[in-house]
Ligand binder design. Sequence first.
Ligand code: AMP
Ligand code: GLY
Length: 423
Amino acid sequence: MKVLVIGSGGREHAIVTSVAKSPKVDKIYCAPGNAGIAALAECVPIGAMEFDKLTAFAEEKKIDLTIVGMDDPLVGGIVDAFEAKGLRVFGPRKNAAILEGSKAFSKDLMKKYGIPTAEYAVMHSPEEAREYLKTAKFPIVLKADGLALGKGVLICETPSEADAGVKELMEDRKFGASGDEIVIEEFMTGPEVSVLSFVDGKTVKIMASAMDHKRAKDGDQGLNTGGMGNISPAPYYTAEVDAFCKEHIYQKTVDAMAAEGRPFKGVIFFGLMLTPDGPKVLEYNCRFGDPEAQVVLPRMETDIIDVMEACIDGTLDQVDLKFADNAAVCVVLASDGYPVSYEKGFPISDLDKFDGKEYFCFHAGTKFDEKGTIVTNGGRVLGITALGKDLRDARAKAYAATEWVDFKNKYMRHDIGHAIDEV
Ligand code: AMP
Ligand code: GLY
């Protein structure tokens, strides 16, 4: 079969790598892809938001299955556009992708169906927000309602910080219309865990757990990023936590979406915080995490095409979703200065040392320059993933492999997986 993957980051490289392992697949296209993906797929220069061009391409090439990696097109309704043309596509429709696209929607859903999450209120104007903040407890969390590249969350220690936050999100509209409404939320504490799941509208199957490292610097200091590294399994995700979430969070969310007339098909990413009062949902995403996909998918034993087709067909209950009894660690190699400002266009050396079995080099921000050399092309450049018999083994191998490649301004955290030593 012919598969089209939509996106251009490390997550899409990990998806394409899994798709390439399926004996059912003869040809992979990726739009727009990157220099690493180009080794496995034919990259086509169409942007992820160009729905008309993408559906026309899928019709012309007779694509059997399209997989959407990114949140923006999903929230924008790309699945509806493909379905309207009778094309097979993996991902939630627009009316279900709202689970990630609107924090006000997802918070109201959790409240209505009794899914554990932080206390909150939705604010529709700066005046309303300022009035609410007069009696609020600090620290407090402000969140832009819509997508904001993971940067629309402000943790405010004092009333004056919160006031500045309201200005930034609602008056200066730093994230545009995303800040027209904001969610003001109780501040929670505890380790964070990422749990990805496949969903077919009614059944949910959990993938291996993961733990992200969102801050730019060692010791979880510095600014929030898209993620500087990941480990799987998450050491804090115990059998007890798993049992709690299965009872109170995963199936309840899927049932709630169905009850609302918004059946969810695709990947739900549960961003959890393990608070002293038990696990609570921080956020939902409607797609694989990045870099979570780079540690979870290499551990998956079931054919990804079989799972995705079962999600589309509503037969996920018949799939035996299996993960290897091993561990994976991904260390992101970024451009120094990310996430604020950084230079691009530097050649990357020695990209051919990774065997694709135990060692993976997922490209996040790379491209070919005019001479055909692979150069840096983003803040996050590469995700170096290693599999190991356990987390310590995987971590040692991943860090050893970060030395294999080089580029100017290469930057990484040196403490990815610190939780391994804390549990
Ligand atoms: P989100 O995009 O909602 O996942 O938020 C981004 C990050 O902000 C999370 O990964 C947490 O580290 C932090 N965060 C979000 N909401 C809260 C909260 N209610 N309490 C504490 N930290 C939070
Ligand atoms: N790594 C977090 C995310 O993909 O949203």
